[in-house]
Structure formats: structure tokens, C-alpha cells
Design a protein around this ligand. Structure first.
Ligand SMILES: Cc1cc2nc3c(=O)[nH]c(=O)nc-3n(C[C@H](O)[C@H](O)[C@H](O)COP(=O)(O)OP(=O)(O)OC[C@H]3O[C@@H](n4cnc5c(N)ncnc54)[C@H](O)[C@@H]3O)c2cc1C
Length: 327
């Protein structure tokens, strides 16, 4: 199937794609893909950040948080480094969000290299700091290329972590989902069974790994529904600010990198402004197609930069809300 970025055939109801299609009948026209100008901002978004490593990165992160805050995201999440390497920095960032913003934070937490007792401690610290939402993950091994091995007294996968967290405190829990299948999973069916286990254990929403094929996401959504998964599946959107980095992320997590994406970034290495325009266009177009397919919740992997995510939200029709005015 063609994975051309600007092809509306999968989501418009206008019949076979030709260069001059006949005007669609009235009912089909009502379902046709909306223009950006028609989008009413009837979407919910969340933003993901990572804990900063230096003073300079901290400043960038906080400028980004302050820029995105008026869009009133449903929540903002902060990642947890491999092997718990960012435990303190993740906690400090989340705690500062609680103290200094009106945002709802979600703290990522993984099972890697931690006993159940240590995870209980982290969970208690979050609960006591007023954090009520955890993105619960198994996590990747600290060194790339190794296989995940559970701590002898730890949790072996996200589903058991969720059971443990739910026993400790009544957190809201988000889990990870993989539209193109988790690389360690034998089959998509097995991966979907695992997703269902995580949701049955107490997860209330699944946030997807990033992807570049809305069709792949829709196929995944249909397969999940057929397996009795009713929780919201929220697409994870990665605006491509750096193609090489995106390629290496994609290789690590099994995301298909379409040829058209590489071609779109060809020759732009020294042209930062052109690259940003292309990046915003690609991500906004993906969101528009997801919107046309019924998606109203989007999770942005911001990489701690506000500009692209802000622009895409703007194109989805979102506008800053006055302080204290709940969305
Ligand atoms: C939204 C999102 C946020 C993320 N944030 C972070 C982060 O902050 N820090 C970080 O280190 N990583 C993060 N990751 C990456 C994630 O940790 C890795 O993808 C990891 O390899 C899997 O985590 P999981 O929670 O999906 O694991 P699990 O759901 O436990 O699944 C891991 C693998 O094991 C298989 N599996 C699990 N249980 C069973 C079973 N009983 N039988 C058979 N197969 C089973 C699954 O199918 C899958 O292949 C994130 C990923 C996403 C999508």
C-alpha cells in the first residue's frame, strides 16, 4: 500500500482516488477529510518531556513547558531514564511541575534494575508529592542490544508493575502500545494480549509508540477493538526535528521509516528553518489524517522543544486558554 504522506484515500469517503475525482455524494462529503481551517480545536493533547541533564537544558525545558501550558494539555509526562538513571531528575522535574504550574503531571516509571521495595518507595514519593498519574512501563535494558532481565526481587513486565502500583496507591495509569508491534513480541496478537493484560491490571489509556503511517495506527486500533480493548489508544506523535536521530530511534523500537520521510528531509541538513517547516507539515498532516479517522487525543513527544508541538496544536485548532479557564 502507498504510504505517501499527503494521500487522503484511506480516510476520505470520496471513492476511488483519481486526479479529478467526481464530487462525492452529500453523505460522503460530510465525512471527507477536514481542512486545517475547519478544525475546531475539539481535541485533547498531552506533552512528553525528558528530565534535563544540565542547567542549559533545564532552561530550554522550562521555556517549553511555559509555552505549552496555556494550551491546557490533559497532562504532561516526564520520562524515566534507562535503568532508573534519571530517577532523581525525573522526580525533581515532576515535583517542580506540581509546585510551579497548573499542569497535571504524569511520571514515567519502569521496572529496570529495581526491586519491588525500591519501586514502592518511588511510588510513595510521587503520591506524597501530589502526583496521581503514572505511565507504567517495563523499560528497556540500560545498555542497548542487551535483553531485558528482571531484577531478582523486581517486576518482570509492565502488567505486574501496574498490579503492584495499584495495590500501593490508586494512581491513574497509562501504558505503552505499539501500532507496529513491540520488537520483542512474537506476533501482533501476542502484543495485543499483553496490552489487554496491562489494561485489565489497571491501565486506563494506552499511549502509542511513534509511527509515520496513520493506516498502521488504524489497523492496530481495529485489531485492538476486535480483541475487546475499549480503553483510549492515544497516538504518540514525534515531530521530526532531527532526521538522523529519528532514524536511530525508529531502528531501536521497530518503527517503520518510510522512504518519503527520508526524501522530504534530503538536503536540508544546513537549512534549519526549512527543516522545521517540513517537520511541522509532516506531523500536522499526520494529525489531520488521524483526526479524519476519528482520533481526538494526541500525545506529543516534544523532545523538550515547544515550537513544533505548539504549531501542530495550533493547526488542529487549539488556542491558548486564559489562566484558570479549564478546557
Ligand atoms: C508512550 C511510551 C513511553 C515510554 N517511556 C519510557 C521511559 O520513560 N523510560 C524507558 O526506559 N522506556 C520508555 N518507553 C519504552 C519502553 O520502556 C520499551 O518499549 C520497553 O521495551 C517495553 O515497555 P512496555 O511497558 O511496553 O513493556 P511490556 O508491556 O511489559 O512488554 C514488553 C515485551 O514483553 C512482551 N510481554 C510482556 N509480558 C508478556 C507475557 N506474559 N507473555 C508474553 N510476552 C509478554 C510484550 O509483548 C513486549 O514485547 C516508552 C514507550 C512508550 C510507547
Amino acid at each position: 500500500m502507498s504510504e505517501a504522506p499527503f494521500d487522503d484515500r484511506q480516510v476520505s469517503a470520496g471513492g476511488a482516488a483519481t486526479h479529478n475525482p467526481a464530487p462525492p455524494p452529500e453523505r460522503a462529503r460530510a465525512n471527507a477529510s477536514p481542512m486545517f481551517a475547519d478544525l475546531a480545536g475539539d481535541v485533547d493533547v498531552s506533552f512528553e518531556f525528558f528530565p534535563p541533564k544540565s542547567e542549559k537544558m533545564e532552561q530550554t525545558l522550562w521555556q517549553s513547558i511555559k509555552t505549552l501550558e496555556p494550551l491546557q494539555p490533559k497532562f504532561v509526562s516526564v520520562t524515566y531514564g534507562a535503568g532508573g538513571s534519571t530517577r532523581d531528575r525525573t522526580h525533581a522535574t515532576v515535583a517542580r511541575i506540581v509546585r510551579e504550574t497548573g499542569l497535571t503531571p504524569a511520571a514515567h516509571l519502569t521496572c529496570v534494575d529495581a526491586s519491588r521495595g525500591e519501586i514502592d518507595e518511588v511510588a510513595d514519593e510521587y503520591w506524597n508529592a501530589g502526583v496521581r498519574h503514572i505511565v507504567a512501563l517495563r523499560g528497556d535494558p540500560p545498555r542497548q542490544g542487551e535483553r531485558f532481565t528482571a531484577h531478582p526481587d523486581g517486576y518482570d513486565c509492565a502488567a505486574t508493575l501496574i498490579e503492584g502500583l495499584k495495590k500501593r496507591h490508586d494512581f491513574e495509569i497509562s501504558v505503552a502500545a505499539y501500532p507496529e508491534q513491540h520488537p520483542e513480541s512474537g506476533t501482533l496478537d501476542a502484543d495485543l494480549d499483553n496490552l489487554k493484560r496491562k489494561l485489565d491490571a489497571g491501565g486506563t489509556r494506552a499511549i502509542s509508540q511513534f509511527f509515520f503511517s496513520p493506516e498502521a495506527f488504524f489497523r492496530f486500533r481495529d485489531a485492538a477493538a476486535a480483541r475487546g480493548i475499549n480503553a483510549p489508544l492515544v497516538p504518540g506523535i514525534l515531530p521530526v526535528s532531527n532526521f538522523k536521530q529519528t532514524k536511530s530511534f525508529a531502528e531501536m523500537n521497530g518503527t517503520a521509516l518510510p522512504g518519503w520521510l527520508e526524501r522530504l528531509f534530503e538536503g536540508l541538513d544546513q537549512m534549519a528553518d526549512a527543516r522545521k517547516l517540513v517537520a511541522a507539515t509532516v506531523a500536522a498532516e499526520m494529525c489531520r489524517r488521524l483526526y479524519a479517522g476519528g482520533i481526538r487525543d494526541f500525545h506529543f513527544y516534544t523532545l523538550n522543544r515547544a515550537e513544533l508541538s505548539y504549531a501542530i496544536c495550533h493547526m488542529l485548532g487549539m488556542r491558548p486558554q486564559p489562566e484558570g479557564d479549564a478546557a
